[in-house]
Structures are given as structure tokens and as C-alpha cells.
Design a binder for this molecule. Sequence first.
Ligand code: PLP
Length: 377
Amino acid sequence: MPNIPVMQRIRKETEESHLINLASGELSADLFPNDFIKKTLSNVEFTGNLGYDHPQGSMELRQTIANHVREYRTIQTKPESILITLGAQQAIHLIIQCLLKPGDAVVIENPSYSFSLPIFKTAGLKVFYLSVGKNGIDPSELIDLHKKHRIKMIFTNPIYQNPTGTLLPYHKRKELLDISSEFGIPIIEDDPYSLISFTEEKPSTLKSMDTNGSVLYISSLSKIAAPGLRIGWIIGPNPVIERLADAKQQFDFGHSSISQWIGNQFLSSTFLDEQLLLVRSYLKRRRDVIAKELTHYFHDQVEFHLPMGGIHLWCQFKEDINENRLLENSIKEGVIFAPGSTLGTKKGCIRLTYSKRDEAMIQQGIQRLYRAFEHAK
Ligand SMILES: Cc1ncc(COP(=O)(O)O)c(C=O)c1O
């Protein structure tokens, strides 16, 4: 199934024009670790395997990921329980294609990144929603959905969610795990953002709190280093990982060894801490600017919660607004964002991503957005 037309339109506009891009979920080029990669390529002897590698990916990188998640995300795992994927995106696709069948009922968050993915429909799944409020989902709603529809899996992005920026509070993370164990509903935890926290708080991933093996954990280097590396991973029980690895092999014969080698150098070096400090401090400043400018221009015409991490800010307009008109006007004014309808069912919302542009551009972007909004009313 193709991407919905508005997504295709946004992708095309962001590729071909000089719009202020508040739509793409990626870091700006100045935050990519170019210098580290350049130095590594010229100073460190390449030791990767240029042959077809292990179906689960480079052993060295899997060992490094096991060490990394233990230190940074308090997840205890072994290389055997890890599969390297082409970003988190391929991890989601492999799980859907291998572990679910047409007609299966799954739950996703509304709004969510999952909502924007055609794969859920292409795979013939019955998709049910849990609404995301200021404090994330209400896990108890999963019980009713399960009793009615026999839910096979829940997909969640509990830490600094895309698009709402919300952090599911600890007691709700615990409650979700308890419900998942009691009713036997596996959790797919999509976690690209937990290391981009703007506070001292280091939120525990569901995986780190999981005592029953109910969680399949997904993460990637896309939001802390660069999406072009296409390094992601899944952590789960060995038999599940082996099955997913078998499917990945049939699909692409494994991941690029150069990219895995660079990913390994990045994750095992002391540079990782420098990079995380840099990314967090830049993103926090950009978040502050976008929030300040939104308040300055829109006053109380728009409502949003300040995200404590991640790269997205979710805005709800107070009055009924024609989203398509706002998008068209915005493109004319020279700014682009993700319309809420691509990410969820709630009307009058947009997602603004503050990672792709610097503070001055964000400032101008919100000014342009306000002009577009005035003409869309
Ligand atoms: C919640 C979430 N999951 C998965 C992805 C896919 O990321 P990647 O495949 O680059 O790791 C994104 C990207 O925006 C995301 O926000």
C-alpha cells in the first residue's frame, strides 16, 4: 500500500524546496557525527566482515549494543538476543510480517508514529487505538479492548512519544507491564528517544522493568547519531529473534558491514557521551525557542505540552481549523509541518519537529506558520 498522498506531498516538498522544515523527524546536519566518522575512517583499521555476515548481524556490534543498553538503558541482554535491523522501521515491519497474520487485532497509540505507517493495513491487521493524553495512554483501557477483540500485540512508544512528546509515567509503565503479563499481550516497545532527555531524569524503558519477557524492544541510532546509518535493533527472546533474523535474511541477506562497523565504533567510543550532551543541549534550546515563539504569536489560540525530551511538539488549535488549507498556506509561506491527520484521528492538531532546523529558522518558521494560520481561518 502506498503512503497516503499528504505524506508523499510532504516528502516531495521537503526534498525539493527550501521550506523551513518542521516536518521531518531527524536531526539537523550539524548534529550528525560527521567529524567522528571521518576521523574513524582515516585513523582506525577497518576490521568488519565484508562477507555475508551472521543472520542477526555483526557479533561485534551486537556485543557492543548489549553493553550499551546495560549501561545506558539498564537492559540486561546478550548478543544472541539481538537482531540488527535497517533502523527501527525495519524492526517494526519484520515483527508485523513474521509474528502477526491477517485478521489479528493489535493496539496502537492515537496519535502515534505507528498510525502513519501503511504496513498495519497492508498486513490486514485489525487496528484498535488507545488515546494519548498529557500523560500518555491509560493502560487499563487495554483490558476492555482485549476482552472484546483478543488483542495479539500492543505497539507503544512510551518515552518522549512521536508525536506528542509525552512520557508515560512510571506507575503507568508498571501497570502496562502487569496487564500485558496477566492477559498475555506482548508489548512492542519502540524507543528511539529515551536518551534525548532534557532533565536529569533517566526514564526506565519497559524492557528494563520487564520480568516476564513480555517486551520486544526496538531502538536505533537515527535520533542520536544519523538516520542515514540505518542502524537499528530488536531485543527479545532468542527463538523470536532467530525467527525474525531468518525473515530478514530472506529479505536482504543482512545489513551493510561498513555501516555496522561505524555503528560499533560510535556506540563503543567515549565520543557517544559528547554526542549525547551536544544533541540534548541543542534540542533543549530549540524546544525552548519553538515554545516561546508559539506563545508569542498564537497566545492562547493553540495548546501544547512542553516535551521533556525527544524532538516533537504536538499542537492542538483551539478553534476548528482546516488542516489542508493550513498546510497549503504554510507551504506558500515557506514552512512545512506534519498535519495531525497523518498521525491520529483527533482534529485540529499539527506536529512540529524542532530538531531539523536551528533556532533562528525555527523562529522564522513559527512566524510564517502564524501568517498561514491567519489566512486559513
Ligand atoms: C517512534 C518511531 N519509531 C520508528 C521510527 C523509524 O526510525 P528509524 O527507522 O530511522 O530508526 C521513527 C522515526 O521517526 C519514530 O519516531
